[in-house]
Design a protein around this ligand. Sequence first.
Ligand SMILES: *[C@@H]1O[C@H](CO)[C@@H](O)[C@H](O)[C@H]1NC(C)=O
Ligand SMILES: *[C@@H]1O[C@H](CO)[C@@H](O)[C@H](O)[C@H]1NC(C)=O
Ligand SMILES: *[C@@H]1O[C@H](CO)[C@@H](O)[C@H](O)[C@H]1NC(C)=O
Length: 546
Amino acid sequence: MTMASYLLCIPVSCAGAGCRDIDMSRIIHLFCVVIYLDLLYCVNASVLDNVLDSKVCFKNGFLFGVATASYQIEGAWNVSGKGESIWDRYTHEHPERVFDHQNADTADASYYKVKEDVRVMKEMGISLYRFSVSWPRILPNGMSNEINEDGLRYYHELLDELKLNGITPVVTMYHWDLPQSLQDLGGWTNPIMADYFVDYARVLLENFGEKVKIWLTFNEPLSFCHDGYGGDDAPGGRSSGFEDYLCGHTVLRAHALVYRLFDNEFRRKNGGVMGITLCFSWMEAATTSAEDQAAAETARQFNLGWFAHPIFSESGDYPPIMRKLVDANSKRQGFPRSRLPYFTPQEVKMLKGSYDFLGLNHYTTYLIKQGSRKLKATPSFLDDMNVKVFQRDDWPKTNSTWLKVVPWGFRKSLNWVRLNYNNPKTLITENGVAFEAGLRDIRRINYIDSYLRSLHDAMFKDGCFVVGYIYWSLLDNFEWMRGFSERFGLYEVDYKSPNLTRTPRLSAKYFTNVAKTGCLPNSYADYTYNSDYSSMQSYGDQDQCV
Ligand SMILES: *[C@@H]1O[C@H](CO)[C@@H](O)[C@H](O)[C@H]1NC(C)=O
Ligand SMILES: *[C@@H]1O[C@H](CO)[C@@H](O)[C@H](O)[C@H]1NC(C)=O
Ligand SMILES: *[C@@H]1O[C@H](CO)[C@@H](O)[C@H](O)[C@H]1NC(C)=O
């Protein structure tokens, strides 16, 4: 049995200036969350003394893992009773909107490769595998009156194989592949969808509750609400500043209902923890001017606060600045009520504290300046937020236009979460980078290494409460509107080979080393490290921890 897979339990050091206000005994207590009740193991405070040695180590109990999502890897889109999802429909109807005009009908064929993929994880020595369940594979029509037995069989096969190999599953209930039949009712813009999500969640908790101890309700509502209902992702609503807010409102209610269901009916029987995964790119003020500082804070509230404030803040509900701006703009545009719906007092209460941990996805950083947008008659999320968003040209580029390598933003993001939401227990559920095909991916090693150092500073210098790090992604896969053009995998997938051969990149070797030792290597000799690339800005001595 691997110790790591049984606990979310890690040591912490408190040396940074920002640690003054932290009550260490409370933190140590919080760290000892027993996932499996039959095994109690926890580091004691004396271990905390040796975390300051020069080697960068995460110490016992810190969990490393890799992530995927159903639509992006499974393939088998129309076999054994699976229903159609909004991504099936969208990529079939609009191939021209996808960068390489592809779809994920086959993707990595992971539906057929359970043993092969779990073997790869086992070899890497990781302790967590984060994957998502395809709602239409379990409930072909979206509703729980008809359950697809083969869907249950497939995920049981995967969970059993993981258990056999000592890997703990982290299961996302919803990673964007809504059943098309529910989209035909308006999808997440229809408030009733919260009830259908509860029905689906109940099926998952009843069938997999004994095997799954770490649950995530949703992956990145900001992305699938804003890009899906306000932009170009499936279902392609393109109604920014309106349908995206309706989607967010339903999703937040759905999350809280499922958390309460879990808490009231399943936790005592099965144990386990439940959270939600939110995406947070760091938003740095471009200058020290009061206007730009305020603009950056507004951007953080619109991007993270929209979904985090109702759940993780002490006061609950939407962020006050978002409430104020959207209400005022709606009024000026002549709407009879705010485009951002209101929660009832009961809903505010139900949402507040509806988590055991925060799942955080972090990739990159943006600079923010005061905005100068003229309010138009047609609503838009960007008009409501009204800031200028950009990145520096000299930040290292990657294969994603939106993703520049800015490791210090990771530490700032984590500290902002610590200060605004009372240092919630946090699992990094995604961090990663895409580069062009090739096995000698030195730049990916640099990315992971520099971001892990930033994470280490956030934890051990600032006291941020982070229990694990999950890399996105195990394999190259179907990257939504970018098709197969963006490759995030530690393993390369050869899409030309009939069996979709998986081959480890150099970064897989690096990550294996990190996962097995818990430490970052001092020397990169093994990975032919190119020091010229490490032009990342040092964050080290700045005091962000106040
Ligand atoms: C499933 O989809 C594939 C295309 O990905 C198609 O060739 C095949 O005929 C479909 N099978 C069924 C049973 O509809
Ligand atoms: C990413 O790589 C693909 C495939 O090599 C290429 O077509 C695309 O232009 C690249 N995108 C960026 C932003 O570099
Ligand atoms: C996949 O195909 C390649 C080349 O066709 C072959 O070398 C490799 O052994 C195959 N892998 C598996 C697991 O069958």
